[in-house]
Design a protein around this ligand. Structure first.
Ligand code: SF4
Ligand code: SF4
Ligand code: FES
Length: 225
């Protein structure tokens, strides 16, 4: 494998061809937030939260899917990058329901953690919120798509890891939605003993029925250990 030397935030670091900016950054202890990325899944660059500044590039680039090249000079936390990440989080929160305090994902919600890290408070933007009824027909999985940020991790997880292909994207623009079959409520036997999509969902959009019961009681789920 060919060694590639790049500069991240002023320090020279080494990687090899085929590695992405995110992978090299993570190997060197540099934290770049991600929402649609998982090392187990094919990167698709859907959420843009992982953007970084690269010398000689007119626009910010998505670090999770951009391969490193020899001599690249990268800034992962420049003012321009932080401003872009904050705007992305604010837009996501603006169309998100306001019940985070009693959400079953609570302190495991990646969106909430990134918002706190970036010190994003109340969104500056007003945006139409998407409201969907909670789907709790399945005994194995509950979908609360009002909290979905369309990262498509569940689609890829079910397809690439479970090889079950339960989900697909449907509709366009504001109406875009992760659907099952012809937009039917999720109720599949293949979900028995499988929580691959639930474990990778970065928000409270997917949960186990037991977790949802805690939310209905209004109790934030407390994670210990
Ligand atoms: S349900 Fe979760 S994993 Fe699936 S697209 Fe929505 S936020 Fe992403
Ligand atoms: S629980 Fe497993 S089989 Fe069911 S939708 Fe999620 S990944 Fe697919
Ligand atoms: S984490 Fe890179 S685009 Fe979503």
């Amino acid at each position: 494998m060919k060694e590639i030397v790049i500069t991240i935030n002023g320090s020279q670091v080494h990687g090899h061809d085929g590695m992405t900016i995110l992978e090299v950054a993570q190997e060197n202890g540099i934290d770049i937030p991600t929402l649609c990325y998982s090392p187990e899944l094919t990167p698709i660059g859907a959420c843009r939260i992982c953007v970084v500044e690269v010398d000689d590039s007119r626009t910010l680039v998505g670090s999770c899917h951009t391969p490193i090249t020899q001599g690249m000079v990268i800034y992962t936390h420049s003012p321009k990058v932080l401003e872009a990440r904050k705007a992305i989080v604010e837009l996501l929160l603006a169309s998100h329901p306001d019940n985070c305090l009693v959400c079953d994902k609570a302190n495991r919600c990646e969106l909430r953690k990134i918002a706190a890290d970036l010190e994003v408070g109340l969104p500056r933007f007003r945006s139409r919120k998407r409201y969907y009824p909670i789907e709790d027909v399945s005994p194995y999985i509950v979908r609360d798509l009002s909290k979905c940020i369309l990262c498509r991790k569940c689609i890829r997880a079910c397809n690439e890891i479970k090889k079950a292909d339960v989900f697909a994207m449907a509709y366009r623009g504001f109406d875009s939605k992760v659907v099952v079959d012809l937009d039917q409520p999720l109720d599949k036997d293949v979900c028995r003993d499988c929580d691959v999509c639930i474990s990778l969902c970065p928000t409270g959009a997917l949960s186990k029925p037991s977790e949802k019961r805690e939310e209905k009681k209004g109790k934030p789920l407390v994670i210990t250990g």
